[in-house]
Design a protein around this ligand. Structure first.
Ligand code: C2E
Ligand code: CA
Ligand code: CA
Length: 525
């Protein structure tokens, strides 16, 4: 931006000097071709119109006056006879020149103001009034000083947006940006940009080494211990940072990209901060390769399913089976599901996987001799769209399996786009399909929100179940989940049950079903 303005100023100066020069040339030409009656006198409109359209009405008017004077008192009406012009004649001409230049210049000024206004709109974020990524893009000069770029994100923006709505989330962003501004204000050569959602970019210019980089990073990290209060609701701030330092000769946008890659990696690994290195680029490139490999694997029949049985905790009888996807190549599992699902979930391929798992579930139900067995499949938030839901309902109708024997497992993060998902949940549930909340207890601490949702089953996460053996607090937490579920007629499955002790605790607590390595290892179909 700055470069642009400097560039424009330089062009303007050259055009001003040039226009005075051209006016002078025209005047000489007019003099030589017989004075002001010469048709060539009209040439003077060219530099007048050009100057005012490029440099606005003030420069235009000054230049017009200069041009008017050139064809003024000293320019004869007839060169051969040296007939002097009347004052009125040249004064009127001069006035006409000035009026024309003011009219053209005013249009030019208006145009420039509109352009500045639009540029401002484009390069500033309307919520925080900070510069945005477009400003970085426009500023993308190759730097000649060393710069540190920090990409910073505040976790759980999506959740805040989903649960509290846009206005609330906006308040959080504004308050957080004020916090950041206050911290960074005391340093020079530091610029703050809003990148996206709750992501910000900080550019530290090392020119003259005006400050200590570590000190700034430490100040930013100190936000971690703060709380933002909106409508009396405390929002805890957890900052994650991705950092990179670029030498002179590297573009600013490349620096921003590196910092974002480091940030994504920090978030993925659950670390507070991460510094960019080229291996991170390779890491993300591998993920991209994995997504394209998945498509081929699906068409080659390498995406299979394992089933893991779920047991009635009191009778020990099989109640159902959960289908878990497996990527098998040459008889070996090549990626674990959590790894590749987190990648394909970012693409439409997740829908292909879910449709594939629907097919396998229907086949299993059709073959099953036990007519009460329930088969569950995992759905990702991205599956809640017409394409997948219609596919599911069509397959149920086509195969005539009892929809009550199908259980769809979803995680709590599905409710980020609550209204949209709810519509689909009610739709499939009205057809008889059951819904389970998977990995329960790993997300929000409050579960009262479940009362408003169409839920049949809660699957208590393995990480909580494991703690039951030694942790009394966990036991009372599960006890209250059980009470809540019973009161709301929601069934419970304990996940990750690995030994008899835990199984007995689950039984004592009143959990209905159990799933885990203790009873059954996932087995390839
Ligand atoms: P999940 O839905 O929570 O599935 C249970 C995971 O825990 C499975 O891991 C299972 O093998 C493992 N598990 C079962 N019993 C025990 C136990 O006693 N101890 C321990 N430590 N683990 C146990 P898996 O198969 O690796 O799947 C991981 C996750 O990948 C699943 O977690 C689910 O979120 C996702 N996933 C698997 N298949 C699909 C699928 O077809 N679609 C979608 N969207 N997600 C899937
Ligand atoms: Ca599951
Ligand atoms: Ca689970």
């Amino acid at each position: 931006m700055l470069n642009n303005i400097q560039g424009t100023n330089k062009t303007n100066k050259i055009s001003i000097i040039l226009s005075y020069f051209i006016s002078l040339l025209v005047a000489i030409f007019v003099f030589l071709t017989g004075g002001t009656p010469s048709a060539f006198a009209n040439l003077m409109y060219i530099p007048i119109a050009t100057t005012s359209s490029i440099n606005g009405r003030i420069h235009g008017a000054i230049h017009a006056a200069f041009s008017g004077l050139l064809l003024g008192p000293f320019m004869p009406t007839n060169n051969g006879l040296i007939l002097e012009q009347s004052t009125l004649n040249w004064a009127i001409r001069l006035a006409i020149y000035i009026i024309i230049s003011i009219i053209i210049g005013s249009f030019a000024d208006f145009n420039r103001r509109s352009r500045t206004y639009i540029t401002n709109l484009l390069t500033h974020d309307s919520v925080t009034e900070l510069k945005n990524i477009e400003a970085i893009r426009r500023k993308d000069e190759i730097t000649n000083t060393e710069k540190t770029i920090i990409a910073l994100s505040v976790g759980e923006y999506e959740e805040i947006l989903g649960f509290f709505g846009y206005d609330f989330a906006k308040e959080v962003v504004v308050n957080f940006s004020v916090l950041l501004k206050n911290i960074l204000n005391k340093y020079k050569n530091v610029e703050l940009f809003r990148y996206d959602g709750m992501e910000f970019i900080i550019v530290l210019d090392h020119e003259n080494n005006m400050y200590n980089k570590e000190e700034i990073i430490e100040s930013i990290s100190s936000i971690n211990r703060s709380t933002i209060r909106i409508d009396d609701i405390p929002i805890y701030i957890e900052v994650t940072m991705g950092m990179t330092t670029i030498e002179g000769g590297v573009g600013l946008l490349e620096g921003v990209r590196q910092s974002i890659v480091a940030l994504r990696y920090a978030v993925e690994q659950g670390n507070k901060s991460e510094v960019f290195n080229t291996e991170l680029d390779t890491h993300f490139k591998n993920l991209i390769t994995m997504a394209s490999e998945f498509k081929i694997a699906l068409s080659k029949g390498q995406i299979k399913a394992a089933y893991q049985n779920i047991y009635n905790i009191k009778t020990g009888e099989i109640h159902g089976s959960e289908l878990l996807t497996r990527w098998i190549s040459k008889g070996k599992e090549i990626y674990n599901p959590s790894e590749f699902i987190s990648v394909i979930e970012k693409t439409e391929l997740i829908n292909e996987l879910s449709k594939h798992m629907i097919d396998i579930a229907i086949e299993k139900l059709k073959k099953e001799r036990n007519n009460d067995l329930i088969v569950s499949i995992n759905f990702s938030p991205k599956d809640f769209k017409d394409e997948v839901i219609s596919y599911l309902l069509e397959k149920i109708e086509e195969s005539r399996v009892n929809p009550r024997r199908l259980l769809i497992e979803i995680t709590e993060d599905i409710f980020v786009n609550k209204q949209e998902v709810l519509g689909y949940l009610y739709k499939i549930r009205s057809q008889g399909v059951k819904i389970a909340i998977d990995d329960f207890g790993t997300g929000y601490s409050s579960y009262q929100y479940l009362t408003d949702l169409p839920i049949d089953v809660i699957k208590i996460d393995g990480s909580i179940i494991k703690k039951l053996e030694h942790n009394i607090v966990t036991r009372s937490l599960v006890k209250s989940i059980v009470e809540f579920s019973k009161a709301n007629k929601i069934e419970m499955i304990a996940e990750g049950v690995e030994n008899e002790e835990v199984l007995n605790i689950c039984k004592d607590l009143g959990i209905d079903y159990t799933q885990g390595y203790y009873y059954h290892m996932p087995t390839l179909i």
